[in-house]
Design a protein around this ligand. Sequence first.
Ligand code: GDP
Length: 504
Amino acid sequence: MTNFKEEYKKRVTFAIISHPDAGKTTLTEQLLLHGGVIRKAGTVKGRGSNKMASSDWMAIEQQRGISVTSSVLQFNYAGKRINILDTPGHEDFSEDTYRTLMAVDSAVMVIDSAKGIEPQTRKLFEIVSKRHIPIFTFFNKLDRDGRQALDLVDELEKTLGIQAYAMNWPIGSGQVLQGIYDLQRNKFIQYDNVKNPDQSVYNESMEEIELLKDAGNQLDEDKVLRGAQTPVFFGSALSNFGVEQFLTEYLKYAPSPSDKATIDHKEVQPDNDQFTGFIFKIQANMNPNHRDRIAFVRIVSGEFKKGMDVTLARNGKKLKLSNVTQFLADERENIETAVPGDIIGLYDTGNFQIGDSIYTGKQKVEFEPLPTFTPELFNRVIAKDVMKQKSYHKGIRQLVQEGTVQLFESWHGQEYIIGAVGQLQFEVFQFRMANEYNSQVIFEPLGKKIARWIKPDQLDEKMNTSRSILMKDQQDNPVILFENRFALNWFVDKYPDIDLESKL
Ligand code: GDP
């Protein structure tokens, strides 16, 4: 028997945040290779040209039932047990991507060193940064001709507003890559595949390194743990260069599972004997023959034991957790125990909602709700068959409750408008309305909009124009959908005293 109070300290639960094509899949694969989970590169699903489009994704969901194998990857390395949570990008970028970031204790930000900070990286960074959790930066593709290291670090600090500390420094890049200099151990690590040995590149970089040592930021572990400073690494995931150093140093500074706040402002510590957890994602089965879903639970405290009885905080319902799964690189496994930091999947027949808390024992534990995020894409929804109003409304209500999309209504009248952060959410919504509620829906795309909430007492109906559409959210709070940034700025100029609020 292992003692969960010791065991959980070995857990490192994180997500990789990046813009598509920066190298997240390649780095993940290298980490799995180091962890001995896979033996050769190219085995992680959905990489490169094989990346799944949303339509493929649905087809695959249909064939295989629920495809969650790549949602959480687990491996052991250097005495730690690492859980990597997948944050889908590309076509399957969605609110799930954001919510997953609520279940990690740290994040690794992968940046293409030829491109620097890209839009999706910035969005994901903002979400992680609001939680003040540690962020580690990996500048990837050093084997390609990229931008100057100083320039990249400068951009990182300025655009993201975080202090950077170089853990290593590149000696050249692309055609003249010589290696990296490990600033922790004061050691030069040569690139295996130097094309053009070049002493001048070496000398120049060494001068930069001397400068960094004299005048650069100092590593401040306290700041790292608060997310105020990011340790920065350079390397090439594809050529497995700098990856091991990254992994070793990362595991040295990455935090073990942290405590979590409840709605009554108490902190639940991981070593608390009471088992607690919260649901951050629900994956519905796309196959109409299998109505089951999987609820992803992040364990916060105590030890999970198969068959244990828990209470669902939202409604006091008692449930037995017998059908539970944990995730490995290429298979799902039934599990007997799990500890704080781990993610378990509960087969769900409709009991759970995103944000739900579960706990054992008598003491009720309800965690702070998960944040909602500002949707960016909008569609007007219309029922194709007016005779099926009942199932149409029921479907919308339930799918919105599950967090599939966000629902708004026009300020006057009965129009439904749904919002999402990614296109896939609409497709899933449409598919499930048809398959589970027998209700065909038609979309009238409103396209990309900037949503801002305003206080009800500041509302003036004159604000409702063709370029700033007035709506209400599910709590009847007024929201304005701005056509674009220009329309937003125009509004701010016209109504300087009105507070506009975005969600996370
Ligand atoms: P993701 O979209 O962030 O998961 O990116 P991938 O890992 O799929 O990588 C995108 C492309 O960049 C693929 O063609 C990779 O082979 C390539 N790539 C990833 N890392 C490196 C690297 O270190 N060097 C080079 N030259 N290419 C890389």
